[in-house]
Ligand binder design. Sequence first.
Ligand SMILES: CC(C)=CCC/C(C)=C/CC/C(C)=C/CC/C(C)=C/CC/C(C)=C/CC/C(C)=C/CC/C(C)=C/COP(=O)(O)OP(=O)(O)O
Ligand SMILES: O=P(O)(O)OC[C@@H](O)CO
Ligand SMILES: [Mg+2]
Length: 228
Amino acid sequence: MKQMIKPWRHVFKLDPDREIDDHALEAVCMSGTDAIMVGGSSGVTFENTVDLMSRVRRFELPCVLEVSNLEMIVPGFDLYMIPMVMNTADSEWITGQHQRAVEEYGYMIPWDLLVPEGYIILNPDSTVARLTGAKTGLEAAEAAAYAQVADKLMSLPVIYVEYSGTFGDMDTVKKIHQSIQSAKLFYGGGIHDEETAAKAAAVCDTIVVGNAVYENLEQALLTVKAVK
Ligand SMILES: CC(C)=CCC/C(C)=C/CC/C(C)=C/CC/C(C)=C/CC/C(C)=C/CC/C(C)=C/CC/C(C)=C/COP(=O)(O)OP(=O)(O)O
Ligand SMILES: O=P(O)(O)OC[C@@H](O)CO
Ligand SMILES: [Mg+2]
């Protein structure tokens, strides 16, 4: 099951805390994207997550949950992506919440469906950077070293370079990509049209498009074309 992420080149990330009408949701799900990732850094609850999952489930593409709090865990997703923030000193976001989740869910956890992600958060102005106390002012070599810790020491299957809200430094993403061996590199942040999609797709395995869906859907849909 976990292998399903390997060929993904394009993912739309939908936020349960934001409105999307049926017409827009259909366009996103029928766009040719490889998967829908459900997630967000704030305002995500059990209710709004169930609602979005059941609407996405009308379409035939993979639908995965990116877990950012314990309240949003809903059964029925294809996979559960579990962020572990590499560049924070606050262990709460590396193993702390995870330890409590395992304690709480215990034997119910479908381990085969869990995909840990080594998160490297690089936009200092993002909600997620503030929330996790991420050390964002990294040189490319420093970021690449975090990526190698995730890939070569911790054997995480996914490294996620997160510039949520802004288009990042593609040289840094490229250096990270060149430095890793086994993990798949996801990039997200500020991809809003075909051009930014193509630039990001050239330096990572999988691009993730979030806010653009809500800000300019027509342009957001063109990001699929850039990687296919
Ligand atoms: C029966 C059944 C299905 C059981 C469920 C099994 C399961 C999934 C068990 C849990 C196992 C487990 C170990 C869970 C971990 C729990 C947890 C809360 C971990 C913490 C994760 C973490 C580090 C969160 C920090 C925030 C983060 C990295 C969020 C990722 C999403 C993100 C960056 C969104 C960006 O948000 P966006 O909305 O774009 O931001 P803006 O507001 O700035 O736009
Ligand atoms: O919303 P954007 O900036 O596209 O970022 C996508 C994703 O990486 C957010 O977690
Ligand atoms: Mg967002």
